[in-house]
Design a protein around this ligand. Structure first.
Ligand code: NAD
Ligand code: DAU
Length: 349
């Protein structure tokens, strides 16, 4: 039986990756390694957590001893590394938390893999999940290519860039077999409501202001999370060692345009008069160091591995809204407690 450690499997993207692997590969033993921070939620996996090929390990990747013990216990053939501090706004208030998990945590995993795999690197794979934010910001034109120079602008993206470099360096120095993907903004079910789309869905439901940063003309390239999980599956199995693949939906939206579409759809779904949610839009102080535009060129993964998104933005957004509206208990659970404090600190009462 092949054993794969998936880190961050209780989070947003990680839970979709774990579900896909557990359901698709009954001959793999999937070990979900997660510290269960505010963003980790085992409720995300309750539909598959009784399957015989799934196991959860509560481990903080910052703890090198615990990470080493995990490798000794399971002798995994592969690591799919998603665990991270992932929210840009939190990185602005607490950069060190991002250095600890994203940089040190990644190096701890690399060290454990290097030691555990030393005798036979042949059938091993360290797959590092990264972000398009490492490339910095684009002007009106152009797309991020795999060859675009790194120019991270936030503590979050600087920590992810650093971890990408460490993965590559372990490949060069110790011949650790690795692959890296850099993906654009994901959206979909189980997305923690600190990020734009789920935050705004939750606020619309509760008739709270929709805090649009700056002039709202910032551009992001949105991909449905299930399509990211499909890409991760493909790259894990068919990507080439030492390669980087950009993943994105060729789906650019200015924030304000996306918010207007979301408002319209939410009014329809909630049976509210058209324009109700638009009235909640509130322009607020900009995010410091806010990247103006992200857009991914996903030609390489398309041409070399045959991946393309399977869901249109209209379909994905409708499915996402439906999921949040029919999972209000999930939303209530994750927005109680610590979330309230975060929200007040970030946006005021
Ligand atoms: P998330 O914040 O929803 O989940 C992160 C998970 O990691 C949580 O389950 C959390 O408990 C766990 N974690 C955090 N610190 C940990 C630690 N020290 N030890 C063990 N587990 C820890 O994040 P996400 O949005 O699902 O992102 C997953 C990965 O994908 C990240 O590496 C992120 O940089 C990358 N990524 C995200 C996006 C996006 O749009 N969300 C896009 C591209 C890349
Ligand atoms: O591009 C990939 C990245 O996408 C991932 O690496 C990150 O983990 C993920 O969080 C995401 O980063 P962003 O900063 O782009 O996502 P966020 O949802 O925080 O913001 C999206 C855009 O919306 C951005 O331009 C900031 C803006 N925004 C966000 C929030 C939370 C607002 O205008 N108001 C808000 O309240």
């Amino acid at each position: 039986m092949k054993t794969i450690l998936i880190t961050g499997g209780a989070g947003f993207i990680g839970s979709h990756v774990v579900r896909r692997f557990v359901k698709r590969y009954s001959d793999y033993r999937i070990i979900n390694v997660d510290a269960l921070t505010y963003a980790g939620n085992l409720e995300n996996l309750k539909d598959i957590d009784q399957r015989p090929n799934y196991q959860f390990e509560k481990v903080d990747i910052v703890d090198a001893n615990a990470v080493n013990a995990l490798f000794e216990k399971y002798n995994p053939e592969g690591v799919i590394h998603l665990a991270a501090e992932s929210h840009v706004d939190r990185s602005i208030t607490d950069p060190l938390a991002f250095v600890r998990t994203n940089v040190l945590g990644t190096v701890n995993l690399l060290n454990a893999a290097k030691a555990n795999w030393a005798d036979n690197l042949g059938n091993k794979r360290f797959y590092h999940i990264s972000t398009d934010e490492v490339y910095g910001t684009l002007g009106e034109e152009g797309l991020f290519m795999e060859t675009t120079a790194y120019q991270p602008n936030s503590p979050y993206s600087a920590s992810k860039a650093s971890s990408d470099h460490f993965v590559r360096a372990y490949g060069e120095t110790y011949e650790l077999p690795y692959v890296v993907t850099n993906c654009s903004n994901n959206y979909g079910p189980n997305h923690f409501p600190e990020k734009l789309i789920p935050l705004f869905i939750n606020n619309i439901v509760n008739m709270k202001p929709l805090p649009v940063y700056g002039d709202g003309n910032y551009t992001r390239d949105w991909l449905y999370v299930i399509d990211h999980a499909r890409a991760i599956d493909l790259v894990y199995h068919e990507g080439l060692n030492g390669e980087t693949y950009n993943i994105g939906g060729f789906n650019e939206w200015k924030n304000i345009d996306l918010v207007k579409v979301l408002c319209k759809l939410m009014d329809e779904k909630l049976g509210r008069p058209e324009g109700t949610s638009l009235g909640l839009i509130t322009y607020v102080k900009d995010r410091p160091g806010h990247d103006r535009r992200y857009a991914i060129d996903a030609t390489k993964i398309n041409e070399e591995l045959g991946w393309e998104p399977s869901v249109t933005f209209e379909e994905g957004l409708a499915e996402t809204i439906d999921w949040y509206l029919s999972n209000d208990e999930w939303l209530q659970n994750v927005t109680s407690g610590e979330y309230q404090q975060y929200y007040n600190d970030q946006y005021g009462k």
